[in-house]
Design a binder for this molecule. Sequence first.
Ligand SMILES: CC(=O)N[C@@H](CCC[C@H](N)C(=O)O)C(=O)O
Length: 385
Amino acid sequence: MSMLTKEDLIQIRRDLHQIPELALEEFQTHDYLLKEIAQFNQEFLTVRELPKLPTAILVRVEGSNPIKTIGYRADIDALPVTEETGLPFSSNHEGVMHACGHDMHMTVALAVLNYFSEHQPKDNMLFFFQPAEEEKCGGLLAYEMGVFEGEWRPDEFYGLHDSPDLPAGTIGCRMGTLFAGSTEVDVDFIGTSGHAAFPHNANDMVVAASAFIGQIQTIVSRSIDPVRSGVITFGKFEAGTIRNVITGKAHLEGTIRGLEQSMIEELVARIKDVAEGIARSFNCEVVPTFEQGGYLPVENNPELTKNFIDYMEANHGDQFKLTEPAMTGEDFGYLLSKIPGTMFWLGVDDSHPLHSSELSPSEDALEPGVKAIVDFLEYRMQEEA
Ligand SMILES: CC(=O)N[C@@H](CCC[C@H](N)C(=O)O)C(=O)O
């Protein structure tokens, strides 16, 4: 088992929880991870940093008699959320929080790496501490800069996401699509600014953007077959500066989700229709822009995922659950489109959902999660390719 004790795991998690950083700004996190890794047995390890992706860390573990390389990825970024957990180890970074549990992901990955630094694996291993999952697609950035080449290219890739909906320590997975694809959408409104007292001399973009939001939320509910699944969420609404000025500008940021790319394309087309309609009815400019980047659906490789599920059901049956697809996005979907692998859930048993300012994953998930993953990876290396 991992040479890190439960107390070590909890301390690492809490240290990381206090220093959450946004996509591509994970500098303190990077330094913390390097410091922890430097304390591991270095005999089999090669640590690699990426000048063009300076907060990323790759660690290669030399196998004793390798026939393949197994990759394990953990995302390291946080969200612009003001923490409201009231925990004694709450975020020290104002307005930033590990509201998606990536502190848990990093802790589990460190523990798994620590184990294999003490117990040389038969096959090579590659640990990827990845920046920028929540936005800016760190996995795609790394892949496109050629990181995963030669001895740094895994033959199969694994990664997890924490799930507040599953009991602490439970592993969840499914064949096929685990997570939705997502496309980011920004919408800019251009009208005419003016005095609050003379609305007839202005063109109020708070009203136009609000009408847009109202109409947008009829797309899924009124024009999509209810047995299919799609999501449109606008999480950011910026308009205006003071109560007595009519703003001539508004800016919205949202996200579109679908389990098939065709659903996302359908929603994009309908959003464009609504934008054109609002522009006409409010006599203003409405400019939507769309960006998918690396947020492809997370498609679990059939052979590797069957192997994963069969192993978990046979050896951790009381700790394993087949799950339904989720409308979360994950840029691990991009990496899995290039390198076969499996993403799975780790239950953290919390009443608060992912991205909540009160998310508080159960630390009881850490030890059983590490053990299940170490056991599976050792099993994976016993099998011939
Ligand atoms: C697991 C998770 O919460 N992932 C994020 C991925 C965000 C992708 C992109 N920035 C977007 O907003 O579509 C999620 O929000 O699902």
